[in-house]
Design a protein. Structure first.
Ligand code: ZN
Length: 192
């Protein structure tokens, strides 16, 4: 941040009185610009047929990670619930109509100031098509998941959690759980 969003004066990074960490502060109007993590909300749209499960993935038509595969998801908007965000992002990116089930995964990505959340979702039909932010949308069963071509570590982790739980459900050995994970940046790795 370089300029105050209230008065357009340049901001300074300093620890305000009574605070314990640096904030962008406007020297002109004294506004303190707090910055907090953003929520990324998505779904895991599944289709079950003949004893097999398939997951809907979208190939990104935008940076970052152009051309890589992701679950449908995106930034939550103001005046929106997480539930509505999951349905909207799924519809926008994949054209898919889903019935949301439970909240399945919550992943902290502190280095990029984000929290990612994914809901389990059932595809109502197979009438999906790539939205403006997707090059292609298709169903993958477990054996075909493009693990090396996934866009983000949170997608990989969420899919791993999903297929582990799916195997348990199929074996009559449990139900879908709620999973949390922290993606911590390792040194010398270009991505998070
Ligand atoms: Zn200002």
């Amino acid at each position: 941040m370089k300029f105050c969003s209230e008065c357009a004066h340049p901001v300074e990074l300093l620890v305000p009185e009574g605070d314990n960490r640096p904030r962008y502060v406007c020297a002109q109007c004294a506004t303190i610009h707090y910055q907090n993590p953003k929520m990324v909300i998505g779904s895991i749209p599944i289709w079950e047929e003949a004893g097999e499960v398939a997951v809907l993935l979208c190939r990104r038509a935008i940076e970052p990670r152009y051309g890589k595969w992701t679950l449908p998801g995106g930034f939550m908007e103001n005046n929106e619930t997480t539930w509505a965000a999951a349905i909207r992002e799924t519809q926008e990116e994949s054209g898919a109509d889903v019935e949301l089930r439970t909240l399945f995964a919550l992943l902290n990505v502190p280095q990029v100031h984000q929290v990612h959340m994914f809901y389990l979702a059932r595809l109502k039909n197979l009438d999906f098509c790539a939205g403006e932010e997707s090059l292609e949308v298709r169903l993958f069963n477990h054996a075909d998941i493009p693990w090396d071509e996934l866009a983000f570590p949170t997608i990989r982790k969420t899919l791993k959690f999903f297929f582990e739980d799916y195997a348990k459900v199929q074996a009559g050995d449990g139900d879908y759980g709620f999973h949390t994970h922290d993606i911590i940046k390792r040194q010398n790795r270009p991505d998070f």
